[in-house]
Design a protein. Structure first.
Length: 273
């Protein structure tokens, strides 16, 4: 009697799919040093004239909330016996006030140099933005960022997925990823589409601050000089808030996602859209 042997299933074929235009990839990676340079030089500029201030405190020698945060960090670390980088037990006020600035900027007391560097990075950032938009247009990548009727339902599905993935992993329970039939899910689409908007607002508020007399009409669009500075300040933190989860989710998604932003193509099963 012949013995029936199980026929092994043929391995599923994988398609190589174009994903990112070369100009999009170049501009994407250039944004890393540019945003870093803008952030570091911008914080040095902020130190010289804080947007958020309180009444001068003689005891702490400060009227700046960020300086207050630096002092609190240093003092509480010393109180609990921790040695922070860039500080010693001998640190006293007002030296401790500069701890945050010294670790998130080019340093204090460098306003002229920071301004020059900030505008160098700003011009490069604007040129890089044009490069990115050109790449989106030539490669048709903008189509993946356009809103869709399914976005509301897909957004809630993805929020539910992200909220449940960690508990599911801890409990070792299956947690199915929502079916996504497009290049990006709704949350990714919204986040990626917001970047050109945030970049444009950063450039416009930057010019409103830089040329308040010549561009008074632009300053007025943001509610005046002080409000333009507030807009500019929080846009910087918006970029920071985007980058951190972006990097984490790319790493979680796997090597193929990261590689596609380097080589421009992705491998996937033919049924995935």
């Amino acid at each position: 009697m012949a013995v029936a042997h199980a026929i092994p299933a043929a391995p599923e074929s994988v398609a190589v799919v174009p994903k990112h235009h070369i100009l999009v990839r170049i501009s994407h990676w250039l944004n890393i040093p540019l945003l870093l340079g803008l952030g570091l030089s911008g914080m040095s500029i902020y130190w010289a004239a804080p947007v958020y201030k309180h009444a001068w405190n003689e005891t702490t020698a400060s009227d700046d909330y960020i300086a207050d945060l630096g002092r609190w960090i240093v003092m509480h670390a010393h109180l609990h016996g921790y040695a922070l980088p860039g500080s010693t037990q001998a640190d006293t006020l007002p030296a401790a006030n500069d701890w945050v600035y010294n670790h998130t900027s080019l340093g204090t007391g460098l306003l002229a140099n920071a301004l020059n560097l900030h505008w160098l990075f700003a011009y490069l950032f604007m040129a890089n933005g044009v490069l990115y938009l050109l790449g989106l247009s030539l490669g048709g990548g903008y189509k993946a960022l356009l809103p869709r009727r399914t976005d509301p339902a897909e957004t809630f599905a993805m929020i539910r997925y992200y909220l449940g993935i960690v508990p599911a992993k801890l409990l070792r329970k299956p947690w199915k990823h929502p079916v996504i039939l497009s290049k990006y899910n709704a949350l990714q689409r919204g986040a990626y589409a917001s970047m050109p908007v945030a970049a444009t607002l950063s450039v416009l508020t930057g010019w409103a601050i830089h040329k308040p007399q010549q561009l008074g009409w632009l300053q007025g669009l943001f509610g005046g000089y002080d409000l333009a500075r507030i807009w500019h300040f929080w846009l910087m933190w918006y970029f920071a808030a985007f980058v951190i989860p972006h990097v984490i989710l790319v790493l979680v998604d796997g090597w193929d996602t990261l590689r596609s932003m380097v080589v421009g193509w992705s491998t996937r099963a033919p049924h995935a859209k």
